[in-house]
Design a protein around this ligand. Structure first.
Ligand code: 8GT
Length: 132
């Protein structure tokens, strides 16, 4: 089974976390799910470089990476995902949705109400616990 390694940004502004909704995908289990923006690491990139590039490409957004948060391993029906997440801050308030269907700013306690990609559940759980 193919393994995909991804970095993702948990972008925090005050009490709110940026949540991005994926577009339609032929993989039904990923279509329209919420995720933390990010993507695959390219050869010869550090994780941090990959994350800054992905957020620039997907959202035209500058962020700063504050700290590593957690990594998850999850096996989808047809690939294995390894995802590394980082707590990040936006440099400014302007961004564009170049790839996502929609976005929401959500307080940690309300994260559980979104329809997340399955791999994200441990991340969401840890964010909720952290805010209690
Ligand atoms: N960025 C990101 N990807 C996630 C999350 N959760 C999750 O399962 N993924 C999966 O990790 C992979 C991310 O890679 P990607 O964003 O570059 O992939 P993609 O399917 O949009 O692009 P592709 O069609 O070029 O492969 C996708 O399969 C995506 O569904 C998440 O919170 N953030």
């Amino acid at each position: 089974m193919k393994t995909v390694e991804v970095v993702a940004a948990i972008i925090i502004n005050g009490d709110y976390i940026f949540c991005a909704q994926r577009n339609y995908n032929d993989k039904e289990y990923l279509s329209y799910k919420f995720e933390f923006p990010g993507g695959k690491i390219e050869q010869e990139e550090t994780y941090e470089q990959a994350l800054l590039r992905e957020i620039r490409e997907e959202l035209d957004w500058s962020i700063t990476i504050d700290e590593f948060f957690m990594s998850v391993d999850y096996t989808y029906p047809d690939f294995k995902l390894i995802m590394h997440t980082y707590l990040c801050s936006p440099v400014n308030e302007e961004f564009n949705l170049n790839e996502h269907a929609s976005f929401k700013w959500i307080k940690p306690a309300d994260l559980k109400y979104l329809n997340w990609a399955a791999a994200d559940i441990p991340i969401v759980d840890k964010l909720i616990k952290k805010s209690l």
